[in-house]
Structure formats: structure tokens, C-alpha cells
Design a protein around this ligand. Structure first.
Ligand code: SIN
Ligand code: FE
Length: 282
């Protein structure tokens, strides 16, 4: 008898993770994170510094806020509380991620999505998968927990596009490989925080390829999703082709997960891209 065979309890534990990895996006049923009375005043978009898209909290502290000491402390406490809630919620649903889960930044997005004009590469109203120029993941997954905390009942409007595999094929096959020493140079110059792997180069090419192609953006088929005020949703933003079209006041927690944590590793972008390119990428 194979001692490593799945115990029924493991299957139950893995059910949510499998579904999340296969489907990419799950809206949480029932009650989610709610603001406390003393946190309501933090919904003022003027608390942003006007430069950063978001206010965010990470290991280096709070970024992007412009508020007095008291409001800054309350913002920081809110973000810390949201991060802890998101982590616990995810671990309750997907206990298998426990040993692997790495916390990224926690963000508060007080401004209207459709407000500011930004560069096409930063324009999240264009369909894309997430890939960060300065932060290579080396194949780790990007998992985000969003909550719409809009106080006026305004939904957050997303569009969700084609399957990752179909999306990736459009750009992955035309992509040149990195130049010799390109990854080392980017790291030495401080442009990237760690070394870009071939996977990171390819993911950025897919991200930029989609966002910078107006023909793709206007012809792409996508379904609209309206996340009602009060809703929370969990999404692998590295594989779900998405665009944020409208809405204001969201909280978001980013997590990173290594491929070893996956219940369905074959559904991870790194493995899909390796199948498409026939190369080892991580
Ligand atoms: C994005 O990840 O593209 C933005 C999502 C959002 O702010 O709703
Ligand atoms: Fe995104």
C-alpha cells in the first residue's frame, strides 16, 4: 500500500486550493472584512499623497499617505488589521498554504479607478496579468485578497479575459530571451530587487505586450464582474487576465506562494509557460 496516498481529510483540506488554482478567482460567500466606526474617516481620498496610486503598508512602513500623525497611525492600524484578516481567511480556506505563505504589501485604494490618467504600462484598466518590473517573483505565484469597502454602495467593476494559456501564447512565442548579463545588470543597477529569471522576463513581456497593444485591448473578449460593496474576492492575479474599470475604496493584501505550495502545479503560469516555450524558466 502506498503510504503517501491521499487521505480523505487531505482532499477536503485541498478542495479550496484546487478550485482557486484552477479557476483563478473566487468571491468569498458571506460576511467579510468591515470598517470600524473610527476608521470611516480614513475613506477620504485626500489622504493619498497624490503621487502614489495607493497607500500601502509593508516591511518598510507606510507609503503613499499624506496625513497627520493620528490619521497615519489609524491608517497603519487598519492596514495591519486587514492583512491579518486576509491571511487568516486564506489559511482557514486553504490550510495547505500555511507553511509557504509569504506576506507582501497591504494596500488601500481610496481613489476612483477611472480617475487619474497614467502611463499605458501602469494603466490597470487595460487587460493584463500582474508582473512587477522591480520585483521579480522567480516563478512564485501572486495571490491577492481584495475587499470593496466603498461606503456608498458602489461596486468595483472588473473585466476578466481569456484563459492564461491562450493569453500567454499571443506574446510568449514572439518574445526574445534576455540578453547576456541583462538580469545581473538590472540587479546591479538597483532596477530589480532580486535577479530576474527567464520566467520574470517572459511575464513582463506578456504584461507589457497586452497593455501596449490597442488592437488587442479593443477586440479582446472579457466578461464584466461587479464586486458589490462589502464583497471580498481572492485572485491569482498572475494567471487571471484582468482589468479594473471602475470603483473606489478597496483594500488589498498581496501574498507570494512558491510552486511547491500548489495543489495544481500544472495550472501555475511558470509550468504553463514552460510547456509553451519548451524551456526551463525557473
Ligand atoms: C489590478 O490589479 O490590476 C488592479 C485591481 C484593483 O485595484 O481592483
Ligand atoms: Fe493587476
Amino acid at each position: 500500500m502506498d503510504q503517501t496516498a491521499h487521505h480523505p481529510a487531505d482532499d477536503t483540506d485541498d478542495r479550496f486550493a484546487r478550485r482557486l488554482e484552477r479557476e483563478g478567482l473566487i468571491v468569498l460567500p458571506g460576511a467579510s472584512f468591515a470598517l470600524r466606526a473610527e476608521e470611516q474617516s480614513l475613506l477620504d481620498p485626500a489622504l493619498g499623497d497624490g503621487r502614489a496610486k495607493n497607500v500601502s503598508l509593508g516591511p518598510g512602513g507606510l507609503r503613499g499617505a499624506q496625513a497627520d500623525a493620528a490619521a497615519t497611525a489609524r491608517l497603519e492600524a487598519l492596514l495591519a488589521r486587514y492583512g491579518a484578516w486576509a491571511r487568516q481567511t486564506l489559511l482557514d480556506l486553504a490550510p495547505r498554504y500555511g507553511p509557504y505563505l509569504e506576506m507582501g504589501r497591504t494596500s488601500f485604494r481610496p481613489r476612483a479607478v477611472d480617475g487619474a490618467a497614467v502611463s499605458p504600462r501602469k494603466d490597470d484598466r487595460r487587460l493584463h496579468v500582474d508582473a512587477f518590473a522591480s520585483q521579480p517573483t522567480g516563478g512564485r505565484r501572486i495571490l491577492r485578497v481584495f475587499t470593496n469597502i466603498n461606503p456608498d454602495g458602489e461596486a468595483r467593476h472588473w473585466r476578466v479575459g481569456e484563459r492564461f494559456e491562450d493569453h500567454a501564447r499571443r506574446w510568449a512565442t514572439r518574445q526574445r530571451g534576455p540578453l547576456p548579463f541583462e538580469a545581473e545588470l538590472l540587479q546591479a543597477l538597483g532596477i530589480t530587487r532580486s535577479r530576474r529569471t527567464p520566467y520574470d522576463f517572459l511575464m513582463l513581456a506578456i504584461h507589457d505586450g497586452a497593455k501596449l497593444d490597442p488592437a488587442y485591448q479593443s477586440a479582446a473578449r472579457a466578461r464584466d464582474i461587479l464586486f458589490p460593496a462589502g464583497a471580498s474576492w481572492i485572485v491569482y492575479t498572475d494567471s487571471v487576465v484582468h482589468a479594473a474599470m471602475a470603483g473606489r475604496h478597496a483594500l488589498e493584501q498581496t501574498f507570494y506562494l512558491p510552486l511547491e505550495a500548489m495543489a495544481e502545479p500544472a495550472a501555475a503560469p511558470a509550468r504553463i509557460l514552460e510547456r509553451i516555450t519548451g524551456r526551463a524558466l525557473v
